[in-house]
Design a protein around this ligand. Structure first.
Ligand SMILES: [Zn+2]
Length: 252
């Protein structure tokens, strides 16, 4: 059993109907705007091993974001959703124009996470200073998904109680920052993810949920742990961050 802490299964449904979902694994699947929240919740009702996360992703913050946040709050009050994501800040070129709105939308979602006691799955790109200073004002926790940054920046997230999500980028030979993070902080600081369908492994024709096993192999190589230990430790991390213990207590 492996916990894939960050994937986009709603995209799987429209591409390859249900084929890849392994009944032995758990999947935390991301909602990114009101366009797919219902689909994400529907998947989680259909599959016991699919855990829904919903949130307003920084790429989808537009002029109607206040309305979306009202809907989000309503869903959080009335459903079993227990993870807030994918949310965060992205100040890279295509999205920087939206910086003010993004920051406001994100702060409001931090308040929701705090109020509803929800762990976060965070997207952070070119915005680490802003992110770190916001996180310090809220007592929240969760995962920085796909973190590829310096050891110094990563340490600040870890000090706040966050873990970082490692996906197929780590398999690439030139992903030196990722390798350094994994070697420096080890499996105790990591959770596993595919970010399906956004990461294509080298020499693969298409992204797949089973790519998570390649990620495990690479982390084992970098840390000197057995693959079974990598799985056990990262499952334990994900389980405690996302409050999943009662879902599979008999399995681990
Ligand atoms: Zn994602």
């Amino acid at each position: 059993m492996i916990i894939d802490t960050h994937c986009h299964l709603d995209q799987l449904v429209s591409d390859v109907p249900y084929l890849q979902v392994d009944p032995n694994n758990f999947y935390i699947t991301m909602g990114t705007s009101s366009d797919n929240w219902a689909q994400v919740i529907k998947l989680s009702l259909r599959y016991q091993n699919v855990i829904p996360a919903i949130g307003l992703h920084p790429w989808f913050v537009d002029n109607a974001y206040e309305l979306q946040l009202k809907q989000l709050d309503h869903i959080l009050k009335t459903t079993h959703v227990s993870v807030l994501g994918e949310v965060g800040l992205d100040f890279s070129a295509p999205y920087i124009a939206n910086k003010t709105q993004q920051t406001s939308a994100f702060e409001q979602q931090l308040s929701l996470a705090h109020f509803h006691h929800l762990p976060l799955s965070l997207h952070v790109y070119k915005a680490h200073n802003a992110m770190l200073s916001l996180l310090k004002h809220y007592s929240v926790t969760g995962v920085i998904h796909g973190l590829g940054t310096s050891v110094q920046v990563a340490k600040q997230y870890l000090d706040l109680g966050f873990k970082f999500g490692v996906n197929g980028v780590v398999v690439k030979d030139n992903a030196r920052r990722y390798h350094e993070l994994v070697k420096t902080f080890g499996a105790d600081s990591i959770v596993l993810e595919t970010d399906y369908p956004n990461i294509l492994l080298p020499n693969h024709a298409q992204p797949s949920l089973i790519d998570i096993y390649t990620v495990v192999t690479k982390i084992a190589e970098l840390t000197g742990l057995l693959e079974s230990e990598v799985i056990r430790i990262t499952n334990r991390n994900a389980s405690s961050l996302f409050n999943l213990r009662n879902r599979f207590e008999p399995i681990i």
